[in-house]
Ligand binder design. Sequence first.
Ligand code: 5GP
Ligand code: ZN
Length: 114
Amino acid sequence: MSDCLFCKIIAGEIPSEKVYEDDHVYAFKDITPVAPLHMLIIPKKHIATINDLESDDAETMGNLFLAAKKIAKHEGYDEAGYRTVMNCGEAAGQTVFHVHLHLLAGRDLSWPPG
Ligand code: 5GP
Ligand code: ZN
């Protein structure tokens, strides 16, 4: 999608600090980190929200979690623990409408979230 911020990041039209990429997934550092480790893991296919998922997207979405696992291990947080979050819609705090998995680690993460 030409007017999507994260599609522009995937295309390299907007710079990002890439931490992982494969055929289906792109991952980069969040510009406003809320934890010592804060990555965003996104599908290369534009999907606006969880509400827009089709059954064909199941593998794509699973790939986001496989990337999260790899990044967490590479960054040394696999044993200590980490959190993955995907906000859906404005009430949940979604501000960029290209689905993205937040990967957070490096501090105590309280529950329930705010
Ligand atoms: P949401 O609130 O939609 O779940 O998360 C969007 C995330 O994207 C936020 O954590 C925000 O800091 C991050 N973000 C917004 N614009 C940019 C950008 O241009 N570059 C990067 N790296 N992250 C961004
Ligand atoms: Zn997009």
